[in-house]
Design a protein around this ligand. Structure first.
Ligand code: ADE
Length: 230
């Protein structure tokens, strides 16, 4: 089975690109797909770009054109759970769009009207493998739970509290729920693994590049160990 590996930014996929045995490089609708072998598995690596539309297009192409049988999303996120520190890991057991907001018509926040698909559940086997790998190789804490996505870089303590308290999110980012929704619609197993680059409280600009590098390195080591055991 081929495994799709997606990151949103260059920093999030650089180490994979260096580590894999590249067989072919294909460009499609502005995204480059790197096919090859890594840790004994057939993989297709790509950088989808920031945001949910980029992530959706990329995931559908991975499924249709590159026929991946599973998708791993790896990268950084803003922490929502108060116990999470920078560098800690969240393995998403499910994902939801925090910016899907039809509350004006009486739908709870995050609920997509007229469908029973609003919370997208990750594959249990992939979650288990990711948690095991994370506990083995990552230096910080590993937590599991909901990942909330939206086309917004969250930078306010009030929003952090709201997303944590009303939607139960462990961390927030800008792609996971889109990847998760496309995978769910196609019945393809997925997992989202995020390392905390900031606390989503408005201080990210101070050291975002530095922490993103550290967090990306941690995510990479987890996926590497995870693939070796899949
Ligand atoms: N990715 C990393 N930090 C984030 C934040 N604070 N909000 C949204 N996406 C992020």
């Amino acid at each position: 089975m081929r495994i799709g590996i997606i990151g949103a930014m260059d920093e999030e996929i650089t180490l994979y690109k260096e580590g894999m045995d590249l067989a072919r490089k294909t460009r499609k609708i502005g995204i480059t797909y790197y096919e090859g072998q890594w840790e004994g598995k057939e993989v297709v690596l790509c950088k989808c770009g920031v945001g949910k539309v980029n992530a959706s297009v990329c995931t559908q192409i991975l499924i249709d054109t590159f026929q991946v049988g599973a998708v791993i999303f790896t990268g950084v996120a803003g922490a929502l759970h108060p116990d999470l520190e920078i560098g800690d890991i969240v393995v998403g057991t499910d994902c939801q769009h925090h910016d899907m907001d039809v509350t004006a018509l009486g739908f709870p926040r995050g609920v997509i009207p007229f469908t029973d698909m609003s919370v997208f559940h990750a594959d249990e086997r992939l979650v288990h493998a990711a948690v095991q790998a994370s506990e083995q190789v990552a230096e910080g804490k590993t937590m599991t739970g909901r990942i909330l996505s939206g086309d917004q870089f969250i930078a306010s303590r009030d929003t952090v509290r709201e997303l944590y308290e009303t939607m139960g999110g462990m961390c927030t980012e800008m792609e996971g729920a889109a990847v998760a929704q496309v995978c769910a619609m196609n019945e393809v197993p997925f997992v989202v693994i995020r390392s905390m680059s900031d606390k989503a409280d408005g201080s990210a600009h101070v050291n975002f590049p530095e922490f993103t590098k550290l967090a990306s390195q941690r995510s990479y080591e987890i996926v590497k160990s995870m693939l070796a055991h899949l």
